[in-house]
Design a protein around this ligand. Sequence first.
Ligand code: HEC
Length: 257
Amino acid sequence: MQKSYIWSLPTRVFHALFAVFILLAFLTDDDNLLQYHAIIGYSIFILLLFRIGWGLFGPKHSRFKDFPLSIKKAKEFLGEMLTDKSKYVGHNPMASFVMIAILVTVFLTIVTGVLAFGIQEGRGIASGLNSSFFREMELFEEIHEFFTGVLIALIVAHLGGVLVDKVLHGKNKTLNSIANGYKMTDEKEDITVNFYQKTFAFIMAVLFIGFLLFNLNTPKNVLTASVFKPVNYKQENSLFVAECASCHTLYPSPSFT
Ligand code: HEC
């Protein structure tokens, strides 16, 4: 068995950030944390853009065309799973289907999230579509949640696959490879990352970090701002405040002011 370099640094950093940010998105699923939830969603979109670029012209094994996406191969793979054959250095056919499904589902989750944020909450880039009808109906939130359900199922499938692989083919060190990049393979084969790929990964990393810093500095930007103007009831009803508010609460309720 040979020790081969399979996953480049950008691939591994992407994987870690993708996992952490999806976890953060689940953790910020709360009305009070919607602002953070949205920024995390947009950040995952940047990660997704990187992964699509990487899938089109990234290094070997990360490219989509190196994903063995075929039902026939998947059947063969399942049949040979208990044997010692390790035909696939990168993703195996089952993993390939799950990976593509995860990327597609995350994309649909983000799109429906942006729509729910805009149509129902009147915030972000789709805020122009805001409608009180859908605000009550919560349709887009429901669709968004449906896709998160699909995503959870896919993540469980992914972790299940990793576990099965660990038990059946632990000696290939597949699990370690997502951390250190190295896997045990029949023949020695190392990937290389060329100048253009490095440049692309670098630009995307700068974009990602820049985006987070920008949102920390400018919480109210086109991605999160609301179409509703906050009303300062105290200011609008100064006479009432001066004359009557010592006994009567200010309409609509103190929590809005
Ligand atoms: C010192 C306290 C106090 C101040 C100041 C005060 N109110 Fe009142 N107000 C009351 C109380 C107590 C009632 C209830 C009287 C009752 O019906 O028993 C009342 C009742 C009312 C009602 C009748 C509500 C109803 O349900 O019929 C109106 C209208 C009202 N206030 C308007 C005002 C306005 C306008 C101001 C300011 C110019 C004002 N109040 C200032 C204590 C106050």
